[in-house]
Design a protein around this ligand. Structure first.
Ligand code: CA
Length: 272
């Protein structure tokens, strides 16, 4: 297994990430990024009673987007309505001028692909529908009423031969359909929550942000954010309403992890 794949698969939450790895997919995903020009990055997992964005997903999406912009790619972000304030604050915080597409529940996201002439779709910590058509959180609670079917973009992209990358950490995210049987066996509640939406390349990591950083590190570690930038961004996201998705608190932390443990991955990926 590659160094970066091993680093990002650290599993502090004990969620069974190791079983969801597809060895080699990280390198193949980086190859797809290198070949692309117009990249759509989708994120936004609604948590809590109001379905606001959690702090896992947006930082990975935003710093990956910044890295791709620095590589000369056109970047387009998409999220659903309830995550809009958080993503809008995040785009501003990292200093990007990329468009942010916002979708409602009843709206088909497919026209986005034409509008932006997208040639690569990347989903990061995005709810992916389960076999019964519902969306579930990691606790097995249905969240269909407070998400938009943005995972449809992976299905439409596949039908149009546009490559797709899925990044996740729990088995219920878009892209995890690639390892749906492993999710059913290795993840608590996997039978119920496993997403059936697949991606060409799957990046499984201890947190989804780490998965995105693993992709950045594979492209060029110099494009990774500094830990201080990450803290600054997390703070801006929380001010805009984001919650730690595990603690369900307005805290500048991710998946309930200690801040230092969470940030260490950036130092490890840079120091390789
Ligand atoms: Ca997560």
């Amino acid at each position: 297994m590659q160094d970066v794949e091993r680093l990002i698969a650290r599993d502090p939450g004990g969620r069974g990430v190791a079983a969801l790895l597809v060895p080699g997919d990280l390198d193949r995903a980086a190859g797809a990024v290198t070949a692309a020009n117009r990249v759509l990055i989708i994120t936004g997992f609604g948590v809590g009673p109001h379905g606001v964005a959690e702090t896992d997903g947006p930082p990975g999406a935003l710093f990956l987007g910044r890295a791709l912009a620095r590589l000369g790619k056109q970047v387009i972000f998409a999220t659903h309505r309830l995550c809009e304030p958080v993503m809008a604050a995040g785009v501003a915080s990292v200093g990007l001028s990329a468009p942010l597409e916002v979708l409602d529940r009843a709206q088909s996201p497919a026209p986005l692909l034409e509008r932006h002439q997208v040639d690569l779709v990347i989903s990061i910590e995005l709810p992916g529908r389960a076999a019964d058509g519902q969306y579930y959180n990691m606790r097995g609670i249905p969240i269909t009423e407070r998400t938009a079917p943005l995972d449809e973009l992976l299905l439409v992209a596949k039908a149009r031969a546009i490559p797709t990358i899925g990044v996740g950490d729990g088995g219920n995210e878009a892209g995890m359909g690639k390892v749906v049987e492993q999710v059913r066996q290795a993840v608590r509640g996997g039978e119920r929550i496993a997403s059936v939406v697949s991606a060409d390349y799957l990046i499984s990591a201890g947190t989804s942000n780490w998965g995105a950083y693993g992709l950045v590190a594979t492209l060029n570690p110099a494009l990774l954010p500094e830990p201080e930038e990450e803290v600054q961004l997390l703070t801006a996201l929380v001010v805009a309403g984001a919650l730690d998705g595990v603690k369900l608190e307005a805290a500048a932390t991710v998946d309930g992890l200690e801040q230092e443990e969470y940030l260490q991955i950036l130092r490890d990926l840079k120091g390789r």
